[in-house]
Design a protein around this ligand. Structure first.
Ligand code: SF4
Length: 538
């Protein structure tokens, strides 16, 4: 096969981040398009695909999307046309695309569709540690959870095949430790792209009459999904004979192996699980010889709850719910070893031996000037509140600015400012970034315009998606037109350049717009210092 040359180019083993293994696995599985919104720890997947020479040669579609919902829907469209599509996002992005995601299990798919969710236990860079496996269960579709980089690569091809066999989307869940650590990966043969083959099924039209049939068909597929998981090569036993059985899920398997090695724990009976629905027969078989089962899973106790249901009173189930493992945060070999009964004298604690160094906006960042001006103005008002959003500028909540009253989810700044203004708060101000505004702020602005809410919205435009490393911002050069198009009065859409020398002008404009009784938008615009440096270097 002509594609073999790439394997010899990559040689037998290649050192890859977990995210890169996912990306390369997708390319080698015959991917036609990746759709994504950047978010740590998933961003590197799409970047790897964008920069890989194979993607250019194979013309793999790989542009950033406006948000995770548009990404999911575009991927579904590519699948409808018969091609293989990948959607990537961080875990909270699953909340944004949930409508399309859950319904895609009801429509079914045509070309293979894999949804990649990168979870962030311990919240290294996130506002919660929700577990995406819940979404897979909720939508009733297969879920893959690689335990290492090799599995991440290998699973991609199998996930696409399974998606096409079942005609259902498939979810793959990774966690930060796997996404951002490297290991040697053996590369297999590359597959050709699917032929263009648009669906002719009526199942895509989710009118109630059709949706009922489609949902019945999804329920009918459940035994097959279960059988595939029971026989998956990614789910296997290691019978060391111990009376305590261990169910090790995804990266939890690595923690168990490392704990056993570090603390000399021998003869563990392990059921490794990396593919769902839960292989219930395999779980139940553990109760033949073991009356205690420890569930080791990084994230929320998704499997622990299920195992309790499956084994009933046949065995005691231990894990995060019983306090044998910490209820919150990432697992590590030390806390797993403790749960396995080892004597652990000094347990690893995240960041314990590091000097506290709170994150800060870069020196020279335009957001600093925005907050400097905003603070100067709002100190004059007793009840002024600034509702924040998600991006580098969330750091405005920390010293020296301490300017923000909230940061909840993408786009919430505008709608929260509106709600607070509805309740009588004045001045009610929103600060949102350019990329976050197009992601989820525009609809909230329309709500505010429709009710002539008395709010001032600051769209801090750094011409990129700064927090995740400088990806394209979907509304580049269109922000004034978008705001005016949504109904903001043109004379109340003001653009400023956030620089120390412009402080008097910026503070004057903020003051004027706060005192306008209606929706006003101020757009401080200056390029992110980091992307500016890169552009200058180029
Ligand atoms: S990365 Fe860019 S936007 Fe973010 S703090 Fe640094 S300069 Fe500002």
């Amino acid at each position: 096969m002509g594609h073999k040359k790439y394997n010899s180019f990559l040689m037998e083993k290649t050192l890859l981040l977990g995210d890169e293994a996912v990306a390369l696995g997708a390319i080698y599985a015959g991917l036609s398009g990746v759709y994504a919104y950047p978010g740590t720890p998933s961003t590197e997947i799409t970047e790897f695909i964008q920069n890989n020479p194979l993607s250019k040669e194979r013309k793999i579609h790989s542009r950033w999307c406006t948000n995770e919902k548009t990404a999911m829907e575009a991927a579904l469209g590519m699948s409808y046309a018969g091609k293989r599509a990948l959607v990537c996002m961080k875990h909270v992005g699953m909340n944004v695309c949930a409508d399309a995601f859950v319904n895609s299990a009801v429509t079914g798919v045509n070309g293979g569709l894999v949804v990649l969710a990168a979870d962030d236990p311990s919240m290294h860079s996130s506002q919660n540690e929700q577990d995406s496996r819940f979404y897979g269960k909720f939508a009733m579709i297969p879920v893959f959870e690689p335990s290492n980089q090799q599995e991440a690569f290998d699973m991609m091809s199998i996930a696409f095949d399974l998606s096409e066999r079942l005609k259902e989307p498939v979810l793959m869940r990774v966690v930060t430790r796997l996404a951002h650590s490297r290991a040697a990966v053996e590369i297999s043969d590359i597959k050709p792209e699917n032929a263009f083959n648009p669906s002719t099924s009526r199942g895509w039209v989710l009118l109630p009459g059709i949706a009922k049939k489609q949902y019945a068909a999804l329920i009918e597929k459940q035994p097959e999904m279960k059988a595939v998981a029971e026989n998956s090569k990614f789910n296997r036993f290691e019978d060391g004979g111990s009376s305590l059985a261990v169910i090790a899920c995804g990266i939890g398997y690595n923690y168990v192996k490392e704990a056993a090695e570090n603390y000399g724990i021998k003869g563990l009976k392990i059921l490794k699980i990396s593919q769902y629905p839960l292989p219930e027969k395999a779980v139940l078989s553990l109760t033949k010889d073991c009356k205690k089962i420890l569930v080791v899973e990084d994230g929320q106790p998704v499997v622990e709850e299920d195992v309790k249901r499956v084994v009933g009173d046949k065995a005691e189930v231990l894990g995060r719910l019983t306090g044998d493992l910490p209820r919150q945060g990432e697992l590590n070999p030390d806390n797993v070893a403790k749960a396995l009964g080892a004597k652990v004298e000094t347990e690893f604690v995240q960041g314990k031996n590091l000097a506290a160094r709170p994150p800060q906006l870069c020196q020279g960042c335009g957001h600093r000037d925005v907050y400097g001006a905003l603070k100067e103005v709002i100190t004059k008002y007793e009840n002024a509140r600034v509702f924040g959003d998600i991006g580098c500028y969330t750091l405005g909540a920390l010293p020296p600015f301490q300017a923000l009253a909230s940061c909840v989810d993408m786009g919430a700044s505008i709608t929260m400012a509106k709600g607070a203004a509805d309740a009588g708060l004045f001045p009610s101000i929103a600060v949102i970034g350019d990329s976050t505004f197009t992601h989820s702020g525009m609809t909230g602005l329309l709500d505010a315009v429709n009710e002539k809410a008395n709010i001032t919205v600051i769209i801090s435009d750094n011409l990129t998606t700064g927090m995740t490393g400088g990806q394209d911002s979907a509304g580049l050069n269109k922000y004034e037109a978008i705001c005016i198009g949504l109904g903001v009065e043109p004379e109340h859409v003001r653009v400023v350049v956030p620089m120390p020398k412009n402080m008097p002008e910026i503070t004057r404009i903020i003051e004027e717009e706060i005192n306008y009784n209606g929706v006003s938008v101020i757009i401080p615009r200056r390029e992110c210092m980091q992307t500016l440096k890169r552009h200058k270097k180029k």
